[in-house]
Design a protein around this ligand. Structure first.
Ligand code: BG6
Length: 483
């Protein structure tokens, strides 16, 4: 079957992600005429309701920027949407199958936006109902399992029904424009790649800081924590894109083969090393953006050992990166929302400016992913003057603002790209089974080492950059976090 799939089924269609992201993304694609003319979108959730009630529950006006919302277009879009309740019973799957009818031949993309515990049962139900043939693809959000063993179980169950080529594991960071730009920056320019290695780079920092707290996600987040919620997926994907070898092409297998090699090269942590390579934190009461906020345990209503912040010193054991630390840091209730990657280059091998040349700093490259989108290269320049005391040097920034360069071009929701790739069958920006499992292998080594070495969460005040131990983690090596 060629061409984009003409039927899209969203499981978990009454949930938050579907309402905030998936339906608005589908609407945007529809308005831009990027969905097939005859598209049918079936929402599915546990509750019984009819098509009209479901359509009425999708509030596109609320979730879209005012300039994108158009009442007429929304009404047209909603005509393509139907609803079919599936809680898990055979007859419900059968009803869904008959709603799809002979559209099966024209391709069906199924998106599981359900709690992860339902991935396996849902996929098995689809299989029994005959909704899994060669013209069907399935997509699912992280987390795939809670550790390597459970992720294998989920993957086995899913692959028991769908071949790996038809399984699309979503990491929404890969749908972000600025994340994809990492590939272009590295492999579309001659300037950086020759220096992109241990000879020229001293260390790398990856920070994903959020200002939000628990946000009513108690049942999911507690017991999971920042390591599994953010590092296992988003941060390791960023690390892989920064550290991977050049793929031979943008072919899905070429890109994913290189990413998995990097993730497999991460040095496992042990009970002996984990205390010096990681810091876990949990926010207490404080203030973010001038507003007082409660502590995690207070929001949760009980004491908890779950980390809302983690800082790691990752080591990649391969030729390119031997000896170059990758410092990773992510947390909730940080002072600002910012995702960025800092490449710290080494100093020049010899300074011709001698002792009189003041302030010769090594170059840095800062890649800002969100909310700002810019790339800043700090280079040395001469301070204007007559230099009677020797040349005075200073750092200046070569600053490329991607928002300015691409002004007027709409930034698409990450899910627009991913949904389009799903119905068109391009898996490049989705995570392959071996990547997920390699990531869990490394995460498990940390988790187990924490348990064995008794590494506890350290408190930090909401609105700060995490526990002071996180500062010590990097400063021990003579570096400091970019803030
Ligand atoms: C999700 C995590 O995957 O990513 C959340 O579960 C986190 O805890 C979110 O808030 C961050 O995504 P973004 O796109 O806002 O950076």
């Amino acid at each position: 079957m060629a061409g984009p799939h003409q039927t899209i089924i969203i499981f978990g269609a009454t949930g938050d992600l579907a309402h905030r992201m998936l339906f608005p993304s589908l609407y945007n694609l529809f308005v831009d005429r990027l969905l097939p003319d005859d598209v049918l979108i079936i929402g599915s959730g546990r509750s019984e309701m009819d098509d009209e009630a479901f359509r009425a529950s999708i509030d596109l006006q609320k979730s879209l920027p005012a300039e994108r919302y158009d009442a007429e277009a929304a009404a047209e879009f909603l005509k393509r949407v139907r609803y079919s309740a599936v809680g898990g019973k055979e007859e419900e799957f059968a009803r869904l199958r008959s709603l799809v009818g002979d559209r099966m031949e024209r391709g069906v993309s199924i998106y599981l936006s359900t709690p992860p515990s339902l991935f396996a049962p849902m996929v098995e139900g689809l299989g029994r109902a005959g909704l899994s043939g060669p013209t069907v693809r399935v997509a699912m959000e992280k987390p795939i399992g809670q550790d390597l063993a459970s992720s294998r179980q989920v993957n086995d169950a899913v692959n028991g029904v769908f071949d790996e080529e038809r399984v699309f594991r979503v990491d929404h960071y890969l749908g972000k424009e600025t994340v994809q730009n990492l590939l272009v920056l590295r492999f579309g320019n001659m300037l950086f790649e020759p220096l992109w290695n241990a000879t020229a780079i001293e260390h790398v920092q990856i920070t994903v800081a959020e200002t939000v707290g628990l946000e009513g996600r108690v049942s999911y987040y507690d017991g999971v924590g920042a390591l599994k919620d953010m590092v296992q997926n988003h941060m390791l994907q960023l690390l892989a894109l920064v550290a991977m070898e050049p793929p031979a092409s943008m072919a899905p297998a070429a890109v994913r083969d290189e990413k998995v090699k990097v993730i497999r090269s991460l040095r496992p942590m042990t009970p002996e090393t984990v205390a010096s390579l990681s810091v876990r934190g949990q926010y207490g009461a404080g203030a973010v953006g001038g507003q007082p906020v409660r502590g995690y345990a207070d929001e949760l209503g009980k004491a908890s050992g779950t980390e809302t912040f983690v800082a790691l010193k990752a080591q990649i054991d391969n030729w390119r990166w031997a000896g170059v630390p990758f410092y990773l840091r992510t947390g909730k209730r940080m002072p600002e929302r910012s995702s960025e990657i800092l490449i710290q280059f080494r100093g020049v091998p010899h300074s011709i400016f001698g002792r009189k040349g003041k302030g010769l700093d090594p170059n840095t490259m800062l890649i800002r992913i969100q909310p700002q989108e810019n790339i800043q290269l700090q280079v040395m320049a001469k301070q204007p003057g007559l230099d009677r005391q020797g040349i005075d040097l200073r750092e200046v920034a070569l600053d490329v603002s991607l928002s300015t360069e691409a002004a007027g071009q709409r930034r698409r929701i990450a899910y627009e790209r991913l949904l389009l790739d799903l119905i068109e069958g391009d898996p490049t920006l989705f995570v392959r089974r071996d990547e997920v499992e390699a990531a869990w292998t490394w995460i498990d080594s940390i988790r187990q080492a924490w348990d064995q070495a008794g590494v506890e969460v350290k408190p930090y005040t909401a609105g700060t950059w995490g526990p002071s131990a996180a500062i010590a983690l990097i400063e021990r090596d003579g570096a400091s976090w970019h803030e």
